[in-house]
Structure formats: C-alpha cells, structure tokens
Design a protein around this ligand. Structure first.
Ligand code: B12
Ligand code: SF4
Ligand code: SF4
Length: 305
C-alpha cells in the first residue's frame, strides 16, 4: 500500500478511536523548540520538578525513547465542559471527572489494536503526559495549532482545553505541515490576567504558577502566591479562560470528564474525617489521588486562613 493510503487509514482509525484532533509528524524536535526548552530550564522555570531536568536525551530525541520510530501520531481530546460544578473551591476543568490519562491510554490501546490488524508488522507506543515527550512541540509540528503566549497549544476550532497524547509508530506516514502561524496577534489577555505574573516571554515560570503550587508540589503555597489566589484548590485555568480562542467552544461529550461523585466530598470537613484508605477509595481514578489528602487539606487550610 502507498504511504498516502496508509496515512489515510491511520487517521481514520484514530478518529474512530475517539480523538478530536489528529496530526502526524516526523520524530524530530526542531532546534528552535529545543532552545526554548533549554532556556526555560536555565531560568529555573521548572521550579522543583527535578524530572524536567532528567532524561533530556530521551525528551529531545524520540528515536532514543522508541527505537525504530518513523512517524508520530499526535492526538488531542477536548475536555471543555459546560460549566463549573457547584463546589466550595475553584478547581481546574481537567479535574472535574476521571483522570484523563486513563481514558486516553485506553483509547490509545484500542487504536493500537485496530492498527495492528491493518499493519501486522506494526510496533507502537502510546505516551500521555508522564513520559519525557515534548507534547506541545510535537503538536505544533504535526499542525494541530500554535503555542499561545500562555504556553498552551491552541487549535482554532477546539481552543486550548485539549489534552495531548502521542502514538509512536514504526511505519512511515505522510507528515502534516508544521503550524507556522500564531493567532495571538497583539492580544495580551492571558499575561494581564495571570494573578501571579507567571507568564514571561521565555514561558511559564512554574515557581509562580498556581497550577504548580496546588498540584505538583507537596510544599506549602508561598505567601506571595497565596495572596493572589482566588480560592483555587487544584490547578488554574485563568490564562485559558480569558483567551479569545476559548470563548465559543462546544462542550465535550465524554462521560468520563463529567463532574464525578468525588467532588461531593471535596471539602475540609469531609477530608478531615476521612481515613487514608477511604480517601484512596473515593478519589481512585481521579486527578486528586496523586496529589493526596495531606496536600489538599494543607491547601484548604491555607485558603481559609
Ligand atoms: C511540566 C508541565 C507543567 C508545568 C510547567 C508548564 C509549562 N508551561 O511549561 C506546570 C505544573 C506549571 C503545568 C501547568 C499546566 N499544565 Co502542564 N504539563 C507539563 C508537561 C509535563 C511538560 C511541559 C514542558 O515541557 N514544559 C517546558 C516548556 C518549555 O515546554 P512546552 O510548554 O511544552 O513548550 C514547548 C513547545 O511548545 C515549544 N514552544 C513553546 N513556545 C513556542 C513558541 C514558538 C514560536 C515556537 C516555535 C515553539 C514554542 O517549545 C517548547 C519546548 O519544546 C506537559 C506534558 C508533556 N510531556 O509535554 C504538561 C502539559 C503541557 N500540561 C497541560 C495542562 C493541561 C496544564 C494546565 C492547564 C493544568 C491546570 N489547569 O492547572 C496548566 C497550564 C499552565 C500553562 N499556562 O502552561 C497539557 C497542555 C495541553 C495544551 N493544550 O497545551 C500538557 C501537554 C499535558 C497533556 N498531555 O495534555 N504543566
Ligand atoms: S495557570 Fe494560572 S498561575 Fe499559571 S500561568 Fe496560567 S494564569 Fe498564571
Ligand atoms: S489570551 Fe491572547 S495572547 Fe494569550 S494565548 Fe490567548 S490569544 Fe494568545
């Protein structure tokens, strides 16, 4: 079969597996993106996420992560919801429902199975978030959108409330053209709205980002950040909420991303009286599990002080 035909089949199967956006790129990270990454690290913008300094070789060289990779299928799934659930805290939209890694991994596996039927010699691997893969960079390379001033990948139809994933494949496919344009123009809404001035020309400074302080570290939220926070318990969507490209989006239809039962017990009283075991049972399969009860209670106490 021709490369063009194979490409069409792969894209069709990826759509059928339930992904909203699909692009293809070659397994190379452009130098301009690498330089962005290095300068981000050099400025200390990874804060205490030590893992961002590790496995640089794998991160910057997809061949080393998956030997024999010839094409990368970049996949995106919208999680834009209808409204914020009625709960006592502000939480990021991505935490309303079940942990997105699970749904995306399972869709990725379904896709792998379907592809294997069409291409018996296929070898492939799905990556979502946790592996040393430069997902936003790959998304730009595969034509899905541009990197906004808030650092997010923005697609003209789906906006930026999309998760990214990639499927590394050992077959040759026709790459899409990289996204060369930015549609941010003179807009600076995200920079102006960020309550902690975390958005810089060199990217987001994690040590100032509310998302980092409420999700990625068990340390207390520094007073200087806390004083600018508006009841944000878990993550931050401000720089995306204000973005003009996110104003007329259609809500997702994923049952997994609808507000879940776990939100009913996301309050100080309930958590205080909950054993670790009950916490793990109740928050199993949600993004709150990894953050843990102690950090959530600590943030709740800080927010109410
Ligand atoms: C570390 C990390 C964080 C850190 C640092 C964020 C940051 N901006 O770098 C913290 C904890 C703060 C964070 C927060 C959030 N994160 Co996060 N995070 C990551 C992770 C694991 C790595 C990102 C990274 O490498 N950062 C370093 C910077 C330098 O790289 P980069 O942002 O990817 O940008 C690269 C390219 O875009 C390119 N590039 C950037 N700008 C430009 C401009 C031009 C002109 C060019 C040519 C290239 C270019 O170069 C960069 C280096 O390659 C990725 C998953 C992954 N494996 O990639 C998820 C990821 C970026 N996060 C994601 C999400 C959803 C979030 C939050 C929205 C969660 C929340 N609501 O709280 C916030 C958003 C904050 C923000 N404005 O960025 C999604 C983003 C989806 C999207 N549409 O962009 C990802 C892709 C996870 C996923 N699989 O879906 N995150
Ligand atoms: S996620 Fe919040 S704190 Fe982080 S850069 Fe965006 S607006 Fe600023
Ligand atoms: S708010 Fe404006 S500057 Fe920021 S990402 Fe959106 S369009 Fe770009």
């Amino acid at each position: 079969m021709s490369i063009a035909k194979n490409t069409a089949i792969v894209k069709l199967l990826a759509h059928e597996a339930g992904f909203d956006l699909i692009g293809i790129t070659i397994p190379e990270v452009p130098e301009s993106h690498l330089n962005k990454y290095y300068s981000w690290l050099d400025q200390g913008f990874a804060a205490k996420m030590g893992y961002m300094h590790r496995n640089i070789d794998l991160r910057t060289n997809p061949q080393k992560l998956f030997e024999g990779v010839k094409s990368i299928l970049v996949l995106a799934l919208s999680y834009y919801p209808e409204k914020h659930p009625d709960i006592p805290y502000n939480i990021s939209k991505y935490a309303y429902g079940r942990d997105y890694h699970k749904l995306i991994k399972s869709r990725g596996k379904t896709l792998q199975k379907q592809l294997k039927i069409k291409f018996p010699n296929l070898k492939s691997r799905v990556f979502v978030d946790s592996a040393p893969v430069m997902e936003r960079s790959l998304a730009v390379q595969s034509g899905l959108g541009w990197i906004g001033k808030n650092s997010c990948l923005i697609n003209r139809e789906k906006g930026s409330f999309v998760f990214l994933a990639s499927l590394f494949l050992n077959i040759e496919l026709e790459p899409d053209s990289a996204y060369e344009k930015s549609y941010c123009g003179n807009c600076t809404k995200c920079i102006d709205a960020c309550p902690t001035s975390a958005i810089t020309e060199a990217g987001v400074d994690s040590s100032r980002c509310i998302s980092y302080h409420t999700i990625e570290t068990s340390e207390k939220i520094p007073a200087e950040i806390l004083k600018n926070m508006d009841n944000q318990l878990f993550g931050c969507d401000i720089c995306q909420d204000v973005c003009p490209w996110n104003q007329k989006l259609t809500a997702h239809t994923e049952a997994d991303f609808l507000p879940g039962k776990h939100l009913e017990l996301l309050n100080e009283d309930a958590l205080k009286n909950m054993s670790e075991e009950t916490f793990r049972d109740h928050f199993a399969g949600t993004p709150f599990l990894r953050t843990g009860k102690a950090k959530l209670l600590q943030s709740m106490a800080q927010l109410s002080d």
